[in-house]
Design a protein around this ligand. Structure first.
Ligand SMILES: Cc1cc2nc3c(=O)[nH]c(=O)nc-3n(C[C@H](O)[C@H](O)[C@H](O)COP(=O)(O)O)c2cc1C
Length: 182
């Protein structure tokens, strides 16, 4: 089986971390993967903010209602922002970088989880998730929040996915709705 498929089956979202520190060189490898990601017209519309300060991570844990609480136990977070003045498809550019960094983290034995930021509100509903993080991190208004990747040393081991989990019924043949593989 192709290595990439095996990697994708093994990959899981990890939200529990030991509290141990991620070695700097591994964190750099993850960031390199984001920087190496393909972008529309090669505009590289993303910007990444790497946060390791624990007090800041604890505040960031409230940028969503419940869904970001793992940041309290994380060793690092990568905030992925897109420059809407550079590209009208910054969401796609940022999503690809997020997916690649998440997969790389898994390959390096690090736990990580995508935390959605775009179109979401902060914990108490008083502002958007983007405005909440902008207040904390100071990024300008042309930079829009896509998502945050939480990172830490793994402290949970969910079962891998496999062939049995593939939703073949979602694949159609030639025209809707014939299914590709009965
Ligand atoms: C676009 C997107 C948004 C997500 N948002 C969150 C989130 O806000 N909080 C969270 O804990 N997990 C989030 N996840 C992780 C998903 O819940 C997870 O990928 C899914 O349940 C499948 O589990 P697995 O990644 O372990 O295979 C998100 C994943 C994606 C792709």
């Amino acid at each position: 089986m192709a290595d990439l498929l095996e990697m994708l089956y093994q990959r899981r979202s990890i939200r529990k971390y030991t509290g141990a520190s991620i070695p700097d060189e591994l964190l750099e490898q993850v960031i390199k993967t984001g920087l190496a990601s393909e972008t529309s017209r090669n505009r590289r519309s993303w910007e990444f903010i790497v946060v390791r300060d624990k007090a800041m991570l604890a505040k960031m844990a409230h940028f969503r209602q419940h869904s970001a609480l793992m940041l309290e136990g994380a060793d690092a977070a990568v905030v992925v922002l897109g420059d809407e003045e550079k590209s009208d498809v910054w969401t796609e550019d940022c999503s690809i970088a997020m997916a690649h960094m998440h997969l790389m983290a898994d390959q390096l034995g690090l736990g990580s989880c995508w935390i959605q930021g775009r179109q979401r509100d902060c914990e108490d509903g008083s502002m958007t998730s983007e405005a909440y993080l902008r207040e904390l991190l100071g990024f300008p208004h042309n930079l829009r929040l896509e998502a945050v990747l939480s990172l830490g040393m793994i402290d949970e081991h969910p079962a891998p996915h496999g062939e049995k989990d593939l939703s073949w019924e979602k694949v159609h043949q030639e025209k809707w709705p014939q299914i590709f593989r009965a």
